[in-house]
Ligand binder design. Sequence first.
Ligand code: GCU
Length: 678
Amino acid sequence: LGEDGSQGWLRYAPAAKGCKSQQVPSAIVALNSTKISPVYTAGKELQRGLRSILGKAVDLTTGGRSNSSAIVVGTVDAYNTAYGSVSGVEDLEDDGYLLSTHDGSVVILGRNQRGALYGAFEYLSQVARNNVTSGSSYISNPQVPIRWTNEWDNMDGSVERGYGGASNFFRGGYVVDNTTRAAEYARLLASVGINGVIINNVNANATLLSDRNVEGLGRLADAMRPYGVQLGISLNFASPNATLGTFDPLDPKVDAWWANITNQIYKKVPDMAGYLVKANSEGQPGPLTYNRTLADGANMFARAVEPHGGVVMFRAFVYDNHISYANWTSDRANAQLEFFQPLDGKFDENVIVQIKYGPIDFQVREPASPLFAALHNTSTAIELQVTPEYLGQNCHFVYLAPLWKEILDFDLRADNKSSMVKDIVSGQRFKRPLGGYAGVPGAGTNTTWLGSHMAMSNLYAYGRLAWDASLGSEDILEDWTRLTFGSDQIVLDTINDISMKSWPAYENYSGNLGVQTLTDILYTHFGPNPASQDNNGWGQWLRAGNVTIGMDRTIENGTGNAGNYPPEIAEMYNDIDKTPDNLLLWFHHVPYTQRLKSSNETVIQHFYNAHYAGAASAQTFVQQWESLKGKIDHERFEHQLFRQTYQAGHSLVWRDSITQYFYNLSMIDDESDRVGNH
Ligand code: GCU
């Protein structure tokens, strides 16, 4: 097969002979399109895909009569002008598509050009999976307007928490000259419905706003625009300081400075999606420096982009990283609510508060952030990390869709009513006009994009879930596997099995019962180091002693965090008998001998058992992957085998370090004689 990994899931591998999807039209009409428009891209992509999958050269025209066996792709308006009024599109929304296949003719329509492109990618996905249903017609609309990635690329060319090589966007302090890679990335993202990319790190550098770089932003936006992907940028809150000597958001000079630079950017990037802002977090500057509120800060940017139709994603990841370990009521997990709940309703309409899925920081298991349920008059987005910073950094493989779905499907019961996180961020629950998804992929120049071929299922799943969170993790995975590795049943079953076992395995050998990932938190975020978590101001505490362990987040005795949730959920988390075992140590401080409700094991025995089970599971992934030899191409087989082998070994390091650590603290022997002094 000899595959170029950089195509990701868009390989368009040749179909097996005799597939029913071979019966595709013999012409493509991309309606009313210019050469840099998403509809033209759709036409080119269809041509490329059909040539590659079916070996069929199909003509592409940009107008003219529809012949009965053509693929017609375009906007509803263009279709109406060309062929007369089309019916059945009343429910079509922005970015959505109608896909209709009848007797060899295919009609793909969007309300806007981007929607038509998404429909074309969906049709190609069906052809590639040999899954075109002739005689069907349906509409697919995205659940949210904001489906973005946040790239954490630094201007020096590195990528924060990225494991796939150097930046695709910056080199040596400037935007890269060659934008080919940016265009290829936009193509991948567009194929799963992503419509915006924040191209630089949330820990932003003010030099992004230099004339040379603003010009560079224009080039990057030009490269991504044919794919309907809008560019956005992260801002350093203190950017005006160098010229004005202040960055006070209520100073009219500062306001004017931001309005001016924003206007300049929009001259180069007329469709810029908006700004992303990390303020007063982990040493970053922000409005609190001037005793202004976070809303004062967010609204300053909102005013600047509003005339241009832009939005501001303002991050809720605001906390003090110097809190007192000695104080049993201090809790980093309370910070979001403390900062943001009083500001509900005070943000401008084009501000979206972007909330990490849990209250701390992308741990292997967290409860959903209570902030989702607390903002009723503010638009919100969920931030998900596609790059597995705390989950093995793509040297281990964890399929993340099940983790994300657990959060998205969680019902926070605001006002005692159904309040699933996915319905809150879609804007539906609190009737908000905006809302969405921000995924942090960590993509780089590596041909695998993320550092491993299997990791791409996470980027794929992120896009699919941002479009429709009701999709099942296994269904998404199956689509990805068919597109990426083909449809051999053994390949499908094996990749499904490894993927669906991967999160439980990693949780088992890294950190159990909601205790967090137990990795090194001070530097690498990689490998076991539970001791790094306690006794410092970062607040990612286990509170692991000789007899007891866990964060007491109860209302009466603890940090009160359980009470940040709406009443029904607060009651569950506040009560040790009702808290699910997998979050026991997140909410409660208990003896190592505390028994679990589900298994009757003690906490310490569960640690031992889980770590052995998780590491054993990681060993089986190697054999399972080896069974794919000859069923997938050699290069990708070997690449992933290397990673699975590493993971298997490293899982033993995890197992032994963590079990020994807790044995040393508790001096309680393992009932199965694996840990301790037997
Ligand atoms: C984590 C991560 C940082 C990142 C931060 C953020 O703490 O380790 O690298 O800057 O999250 O999301 O802002």
